[in-house]
Design a protein around this ligand. Structure first.
Ligand code: ATP
Length: 153
């Protein structure tokens, strides 16, 4: 019984994530950043501690984006009319995402900069034509993913 309930809560969580993925371009931008930073981390041969820090940053930004959408959705449920309090709540939620994103960019810059991993990344891309071709080929796919389709915005 508890296993069934656990499975059900995972299903609800997955449904919430899928909803935000379809609706919010910013989440798709964050996921694209996760892809490229992870790839750079592999090429840059980051160590365990650096990966742990990066994953905390990924989770923090994506989690903040999900909370932001939850607050936006609740605000819209309260009223679609202009409302100062709803507007403020949405601004604060957006501010929280910004704080997490800026902190994560700082952490990533510190990780790749201080360990010299950025040099390894550039060396790997420079010395391997297939890797560079794959890197360039992923860009249109990333743009299409971020733009979304149909009702996506
Ligand atoms: N009901 C409201 N009353 C006052 N200001 C609002 C309201 N809704 C949104 N705003 C202002 O507009 C900003 C953007 O809001 P929101 O994120 O909902 O817009 P959006 O991204 O265009 O909406 P959605 O994601 O639902 O399409 C908010 O941060 C807030 O400043």
């Amino acid at each position: 019984m508890w296993l069934y309930k656990l499975g059900r809560s995972f299903r609800y969580a997955g449904r919430g994530f899928a909803h935000v993925l379809r609706r919010e371009r910013n989440l798709r931008i964050h996921l694209t950043a996760v892809f490229y930073v992870s790839w750079a981390g592999i090429l840059g041969r980051l160590g365990g501690a650096e990966w742990a820090l990066l994953w905390i940053c990924f989770a923090m930004v994506i989690g903040a984006e999900l909370f932001n959408t939850a607050i936006e959705t609740l605000g819209n449920a309260v009223t679609r009319e202009k409302n100062e309090t709803v507007g403020k709540a949405k601004d604060v939620a957006a501010g929280a995402v910004l704080v997490c994103a800026v902190g994560s960019v700082g952490a990533a810059a510190g990780i790749f900069g201080c360990t010299g991993a950025w040099k390894t990344v550039l060396r790997s891309l420079g010395s391997s034509t297939p890797l560079s071709v794959i890197a360039i080929a992923t860009v249109p796919a990333a743009i299409l993913f971020i733009r979304g389709r149909g009702t996506w915005k």
